[in-house]
Design a protein around this ligand. Structure first.
Ligand SMILES: Cc1ncc(COP(=O)(O)O)c(C=O)c1O
Length: 367
């Protein structure tokens, strides 16, 4: 048996003709950075997210970095986020010169514990970055109200949550800006790096547009300093094709998640994901918890089932953040779940037989 953690080849085969036409169009057109293909994708992605603007970027990390810069975050500021996320969320903060301040997560949904945000606010706090982790929307209402009361910006890290819905509205459109990654394995993935900032605020969109291209609106005139962080034309062409399929793929992910839920319901000591009420989770990852995580993972590996851990070391305990001087024990929920979480194979094309085999092996192991 060999069940991969993700398989991008099946998806490629399914839409090969559409992709080849789109790629050929770019190659024939001879425009590889910018151009109308990027603009078309930006318009279509904005419409998909239900916002006025989308601005392509070089990666999800850069989308966060550019959004923070465009919102005026920089030296001397603090930005609140979670220690249970991919390092990019915090890196984007430090790239601006600001300092990440962590708040623990909620043990049911693994997203920011909104009740703990207030205590982390200081006079230097400028923004909050909730992470819609694994494809599950973070708890937005109390955070948005708190942000408004304290004049803080909310910048959503939606890198894992394309198409996820919170109470009738897609994530990315709640805060001042929403940031997406198009890393190949994401729910909407390019064939290389890519990202986007989405926003309803024209000024933020304009600033991101300038910052991603050396602070320039007009060639060789630089109103501000920026950087190179654009979405490649080829990636935009690929993403335009894939955007037409993403809702169906998200539904396929949800169907597979429901099947895992049903099959693992009676697996002793295994906790399946909880979906926040009124939300549509898009299962970028299907993450279970068990105190037997490491032994279970090894068992699955031995029988040919590949899994992941997202993420094994909380950010405050990473060597890179040693300078923050945060001791173990500071964020107990994050620290506990980092020892227990296991991401099971999850992708839209995962077959029923493979999924049943994964569940069978887990149940056999824990029994
Ligand atoms: C939660 C989160 N934020 C940010 C990023 C950064 O995206 P990218 O890899 O496109 O830079 C990722 C990507 O893995 C992510 O999972």
């Amino acid at each position: 048996m060999r069940i991969p953690f993700v398989d991008l080849k099946q998806q490629y085969r399914e839409i090969k003709t559409e992709l080849q036409q789109a790629i050929e169009g770019v190659l024939e057109g001879g425009m590889f950075v910018g151009g109308e293909t990027v603009e078309w994708f930006e318009e279509e992605f904005a419409e998909y997210c239900g916002v006025r603007f989308a601005v392509g970027a070089g990666s999800g990390t850069e989308a966060l970095h550019l959004a923070l810069l465009a919102c005026g975050v920089g030296n001397g500021h603090e930005v609140i986020t979670v220690p249970h996320t991919f390092i990019a969320t915090a890196e984007a903060i430090t790239l601006t010169g600001a300092k990440p301040v962590f708040v623990d997560i909620d043990p049911q949904t693994y997203t920011i514990d909104a009740a703990q945000i207030e205590d982390a606010i200081t006079e230097r706090t400028k923004a909050i970055i909730p992470v819609h982790l694994y494809g599950q929307p973070a708890y937005m209402e109390p955070m948005l109200a708190l942000a408004e009361r304290n004049k803080l910006l909310v910048i959503e890290d939606a890198a894992q949550a394309h198409g996820a819905v919170y109470k009738g509205k897609k994530v990315g459109g709640f805060g001042a800006a929403g940031c997406f990654s198009f890393y190949p394995t994401k729910n909407l993935g390019a064939y290389g790096d890519g990202g986007a900032v989405v926003t309803d605020d024209e000024e933020i969109a304009q600033r991101v547009m300038m910052l991603r291209d050396h602070g320039s609106k007009q060639k060789y005139r630089h109103d501000i300093e920026g950087l190179t962080s654009r979405l490649d034309t080829l990636q935009a062409a690929i993403l335009r094709v894939k955007l037409r399929h993403v809702d169906r793929w998200n539904q396929q992910r949800r169907d597979r998640a429901s099947l895992y839920d049903a099959l693992l319901e009676d697996a002793e000591g295994v906790v399946c994901p909880t979906v926040r009420e009124g939300c549509a989770h898009v299962y970028h990852l299907y993450v279970i918890r068990t105190t037997e995580r490491d032994r279970l993972r090894e068992h699955l590996r031995r029988v040919g089932i590949l899994t992941g851990i997202h993420y094994p070391i909380p950010l405050h305990l990473q060597p890179a953040y040693g300078y923050l001087g945060i001791a173990e024990g500071a964020y107990p929920v994050t620290e506990q779940i980092a020892k227990e979480i296991l991401s099971l194979p999850m992708y839209p094309e995962l077959s029923r037989e493979d999924l049943e085999a994964v569940a069978r092996e887990i149940k056999g192991f824990v029994a």
